[in-house]
Design a binder for this molecule. Structure first.
Ligand code: NDP
Length: 329
């Protein structure tokens, strides 16, 4: 069994040296446990926060211990009722080849209903984040103009498509390369721009000259500042993530225009996907319907091999992914 340990805590940008590949014995399950052979690992931006030794909504990763995170695997040995060898399960012990999983924290998924990786992305945590953030937190209504950042990523690409499916008048996305911008257009975004091409404020003004009603924030900083300037009165912001500052040692300079929140009567609302479980049933029903009808697409970037999991994570922070970043074992 090979697993990835956190060897040291990064300051600023993490490097390969912060991780260690460790060989261990394949564990034996006790009562109530499953031995799972992992097939896919989810790679997520929030993992960067857990590498710092600070109090947050999830505890920090421990040093010299395996990292964890969303994963899909096949049950090899079951010591729990309701699980049999061969079952594909969704669980929380990624970053290792074999996981000893408490059956209470595993869920069997149906590989005939959707490709299994969908349960880590479009029909899983990522999809629920997009769906709940846009429709519940930002309360988008038909006829509105929506802006989303990190729009070619896993969450952002779904936000833009859901907005269109729910009747948004105009959907605008920003992303980090010309290829990503082209992909956004083919996904049905009305306008998209590369935020490297100039100030975000200018890109947004050209893409949404009449302003925006909703901003789905994945990035923070300059993006949030530009959105505050572009928002119309009573506009709403779902604060999902602020990836532009996850690796910075200094506090961000932007947004410098926060006082506009008053005159425009804006709502800025942070959220955690975990609080939106009550929406899950509706979310799965609606999203799987759109997938079946071919009205919703999703991209995946797949990196092979447990030894490449740290590189996949570093690549995600640098924007090397289109859609959901996964590691295949
Ligand atoms: P993505 O698939 O969007 O991957 C991250 C992307 O962020 C990269 O592809 C990169 O794309 C972009 N990025 C990196 N650095 C910067 C930067 N400095 N400025 C602008 N863009 C940058 O990841 P997810 O879809 O998994 O997550 C998206 C966001 O949602 C993250 O902020 C994450 O923390 C948050 N999140 C929050 C949840 C919650 O419950 N609140 C749950 C899940 C995710 P590019 O090439 O365009 O730069």
């Amino acid at each position: 069994n090979r697993e990835i340990h956190l060897a040291s805590r990064p300051t600023g940008w993490p490097t390969a040296d912060n991780f260690r590949l460790v060989e261990t014995e394949v564990p034996k399950p006790g009562p109530g446990q499953l031995l799972v052979r992992n097939r896919y690992l989810s790679v997520d931006p929030y993992m960067r926060g857990r590498m710092n030794d600070v109090k947050s909504y999830v505890p920090p990763f421990a040093l010299d211990a395996p990292l964890d995170g969303g994963a899909l695997g096949e049950v090899v040995v079951s010591e729990a009722d309701g699980f049999a060898p061969g079952d594909v399960v969704l669980h929380r012990l990624g970053w290792r080849e074999y996981a000893l999983v408490d059956a209470r924290s595993a869920r069997v998924v149906d590989p005939d209903l959707a490709p299994v990786t969908a349960y880590l992305g479009v029909l899983g945590m990522t999809g629920l984040t997009a769906y709940a953030g846009l429709l519940d937190v930002a309360a988008m209504r038909p006829g509105e103009t929506v802006f989303v950042s990190a729009a070619a990523g896993a969450v952002g690409s779904l936000v833009g498509q859901i907005a269109t499916l729910k009747g948004a008048a105009r959907v605008v996305g920003s992303a980090g390369s010309a290829e990503k911008v082209a992909r956004l257009r083919s996904l049905g975004f009305d306008a998209a721009f590369d935020y490297h091409d100039g100030p975000v404020r200018d890109g947004l003004r050209a893409a949404a000259p009449e302003g925006i009603d909703v901003y789905f924030d994945n990035v923070g900083g300059d993006h949030l500042e530009a959105a505050i300037s572009a928002l119309r009165p009573h506009g709403r912001v779902a604060i999902c993530g602020m990836i532009s500052q996850y690796n910075s040692a200094e506090p961000p300079a932007a947004p410098r225009n926060l006082a506009m929140v008053i005159g425009k009567r804006l709502t800025l609302r942070g959220f955690l996907v975990g609080d939106h479980e009550p929406l899950r049933e509706q979310f799965v029903r609606e999203m799987s319907g759109w997938l079946r009808e071919g009205r919703l697409s999703y991209d995946e970037t797949v990196v092979d091999g447990i030894e490449n999991a740290p590189a996949a994570f570093l690549g995600l922070l640098r924007g090397e992914n289109l859609g959901k970043m996964l590691v295949r074992l």
